[in-house]
Design a protein around this ligand. Structure first.
Ligand code: ADP
Ligand code: ZN
Length: 753
């Protein structure tokens, strides 16, 4: 018997191997196969029947480690779609969809133990039944109803130690024959250390109700964009949808969040309602722990997967719903091959498996907004107001432009604190400390690329062809466009106001933390950035401390802007909004608007209200003015108008082809050769609506000692982009030399840095 095997190597084809007839039953599609490959062994996946080619007799497989397919047919087709769309080998796409533990030869052993669970055995459909059954035992009735509301299956340990029911109450319910206690096999629970959250039941607002009703009435395959302002209660909408889909209809669901460690509250809310039926897949899990969770989903012991982007491949049968929370987040795009976007994969998977998709955000990506409003591909649901008594915070701009000449001051006499905190922000912080309210300070990560900005009017030079900001280079001193290589000499005086143009040098979070500590010696300050991630749960711990009121000022980068819900935070300060705006990337304004709106959304979630101060030198920039006005639609209108000429997504589709190598000369030559190759191909086989931009050095010119250049492919039609991408990756190979040249293609890139 011959089988077709996809191996996880950069080869755009599958390979045929022979399987002895005695093993034929274990050689179905989706089973792994250990195969000999060029003096090595590879673990591939059988994708179909093999065929003998030109009389060469195929090599035999070296082993079939599984008794069940590791990947079911529907997920195999999803991988085939990824391979085609993102121009990656099928084996690489499949590898991206499987847990890491399955990459080793041995079948991983799940770690199992047992425990006792209370299981609902008899329904009591009417109040009369309940009154009769539990006549003089209100505690037993409460316990029964709790087990019922938790899905009918709850660990005894959870009921007695966490929910404080006594063993005798449980015994009483068991004696009435409505509940039994059974032994159950469990996997390790990586979330076990976190306190079990208690469910909070809210009555949905009318807007939430409407969204819930439309979602629960939806057809499989339908996609909804849930546009709900910050604090509008999107999580409740997701939870109610899942209650119907999972608890009532018995189907499975996937909830994608940008990053588990940064959104512990959201995850806790799901755990509070669905408890044991949730598998939380997060990056801190070991391969073995992740495999346990994966297996629990595959065997149907758990039916909801909550996780970051790769959870979209969770092996859930009978999938009923997929939630993509904060759908605009760029972390949904995988940075290495296969470079898929989990939101796009979610939509393709849901269509194939008949699930409903909800994309939720207060600041949807421009693409999703267009799909929901202009293209009619998604249905739009709106939550226009915050729930309860909360109102959106007032946002004020602190104009940081300085009078001409001020910037020329001697650095030795500069007031560093004042560079970080303007007077209004400093006094607002003091006020909050006095009132024992909490503040959040956002310090935008410094750009990878330096830019020069006029300190009097905020002007930043942009490329005349690409309308992205120019990057400052020191030797020789030039401003360079990293899309098309346009270059010009930096002006010493601002062309707009003749003020002094200065290279931006920012302070890091650590320095700002020190300045704050000096200014507010008794304040409890917590800092959160990539450097404070040492422990697996460092972020969740910091956030828990904020939640319990042990922190007065939370200082951090972008990561503090996500989904946090702390009612005592009444002030949010943005130290420097311009950093994000001036990144050399066509999405810079969009990301900045999203960041400003999201971080502002952390303020005023409680009855005390909230205020936001944004410090900037470009107070008239639409990312700033629209964020201040809470005007998402106005922002998108302006942003879309700016993406027509020159054209950027969603006006066109994009692929970013990145070339890298250990020397700059060889990398530049490779990029140039590839561009010539592409132009020659297009002359020979014209493709309508394709444009090539570049080559140019990437804005981040070097990463880990590799030089980087890139070329942009713009396409009016997605199908043409697929065709050209496939053609390119399969036929254009970098020469093999000592400079270790590499080519990668990133379709629908989220950043071009
Ligand atoms: P979003 O994700 O839209 O920013 P959340 O889902 O975090 O908002 O909800 C904000 C807060 O409002 C949470 O503390 C949540 O428990 C609460 N909440 C949600 N729905 C309601 C409601 N209908 N009534 C009162 N409070 C609610
Ligand atoms: Zn340019």
């Amino acid at each position: 018997m011959l089988v077709d095997v996809a191996v996880p190597l950069p080869l755009y084809r599958t390979f045929t191997y022979a399987v002895p007839d005695t093993d034929a039953s274990r050689a179905r599609p989706g089973m792994r196969a250990v195969v000999p490959f060029r003096n090595r062994r590879e673990i591939g996946v059988i994708v179909g029947e093999g065929h003998e080619q030109n009389g060469i007799s195929p090599k035999p497989v070296a082993g079939l480690p599984d008794t069940d397919p590791v990947i079911v047919p529907s997920l195999l087709s999803l991988c085939a779609w990824m391979a085609e769309y993102y121009a990656v080998p099928l084996g690489v796409a499949i590898r991206g969809a499987l847990p890491g533990a399955l990459a080793s030869h041995e079948a991983p052993e799940p770690v199992r133990r047992t425990r006792r669970v209370a299981v609902l055995r008899r329904e009591l459909p009417s109040l009369l039944h309940r009154d009769r059954t539990f006549a003089r035992a209100p505690q037993q009735r409460a316990l029964f109803e709790l087990i019922e509301s938790l899905g009918g299956r709850v660990p005894v340990e959870h009921l007695t130690s966490r929910l404080n029911f006594s063993a005798s109450v449980l015994k009483g319910v068991v004696a009435r024959g409505v509940i039994t206690v059974e032994e159950e096999v469990v996997a390790r629970d990586p979330f076990a250390w976190r306190p079990a959250p208690s469910p909070v039941a809210h009555r949905p607002s009318p807007a939430q109700r409407e969204a819930i009703d439309r979602l629960t009435a939806a057809q499989g395959g339908e996609v909804f964009l849930l546009h709900g302002v910050t604090g509008s209660g999107k999580t409740l909408v997701y939870i109610e949808l899942l209650r119907r889909v999972v608890l009532e209809r018995g189907r499975g669901a996937i909830v994608l969040v940008p990053e588990i460690a940064l959104t512990p509250q959201t995850v806790d809310r799901f755990r509070a309602v669905f408890g044991e039926s949730i598998a939380v897949l997060h990056s801190a899990l070991s391969d073995g722990e992740r495999y346990d969770e994966w297996l629990a989903l595959k065997e149907g012991r758990k039916r909801i997967a909550v996780g970051a982007r790769s959870a979209i491949f969770a092996p859930i049968a009978n999938l009923g719903a997929i939630v993509v929370d904060e759908e605009h987040e760029s972390s949904y795009k995988q940075g290495e091959s296969p470079r898929y976007h989990a939101r796009e994969v979610a939509i393709v998977r849901a269509r194939a498996e008949g699930a409903v998709v909800v994309l939720g955000s207060a600041t949807p990506s421009v693409e999703s907004w267009v799909n929901a409003t202009k293209e009619g591909k998604y249905m739009l649901l709106t939550l226009p107001e915050r729930v309860g008594q909360a109102r959106l915070p007032t946002i004020d701009v602190v104009d940081r432009r300085e009078p001409r000449g001020a910037a020329m001051q001697d650095p030795a006499t500069r007031d560093w604190l004042r560079m970080v905190l303007s007077e209004p922000l400093e006094s607002a912080l003091s006020d909050r400390l006095q009132k024992k309210e909490q503040s959040i300070l956002l310090l935008n990560r410094r750009g990878y690329a330096a830019f020069v900005q006029c300190s009097s009017c905020g002007y930043v030079a942009a490329c005349p062809n690409c309308s992205i900001s120019l990057t400052y280079h020191r030797t020789p001193e030039r401003l360079v466009c990293h899309y098309c290589r346009h270059a010009e000499a930096p002006a010493t005086l601002c062309p707009k106001c003749a003020g002094a143009v200065l290279r931006q040098r920012g302070l890091g979070t650590q320095q700002v933390e020190r300045l704050l500590a000096e200014r507010y010696p008794s304040a409890r300050i917590a800092r959160m950035d990539v450097d404070t991630t040492s422990g697996k749960w460092a972020h969740a711990e910091i956030l828990d401390r904020v939640a319990s009121g042990d922190v007065d000022i939370l200082l951090g980068t972008q990561m503090i802007a996500k989904g946090l819900d702390f009612p005592n935070v009444t002030l949010v300060g943005v130290v420097d909004a311009d950093v994000g705006i001036n990144l050399p990337d066509f999405r810079a304004s969009e990301r900045c608007f999203q960041l400003l709106s999201q971080v502002a959304g952390r303020a005023g979630r409680g009855p005390k209200g909230g205020r936001v101060l944004i410090q900037t030198r470009v107070p008239a920039h639409h990312a700033v003015t629209r964020a201040v006005a809470h005007d998402y639609e106005g922002f998108v209108r302006e942003e879309l108008a700016g993406r027509v000429t020159p054209a950027y997504p969603p006006t066109v589709r994009l692929a970013n082809v990145v070339f890298s190598g250990t020397t700059e000369a060889a990398t530049a030559k490779l990029a140039t050769d590839a561009t010539i190759w592409l132009h020659a191909l297009l002359r020979k086989r014209p493709m309508p609506g394709i444009a090539i931009v570049g080559p140019a050095p990437c804005p981040v010119e070097r990463i880990k000692n590799r030089w980087r250049w890139h070329v942009l492919i713009k396409a009016e039609h997605p199908a043409e982009l697929t065709r050209l991408s496939q053609y390119f990756v399969q036929r254009f190979a970098p020469p093999k030399d000592s400079t270790k040249l590499r080519v990668t293609l990133d379709r629908d890139p989220v950043a071009l840095l």
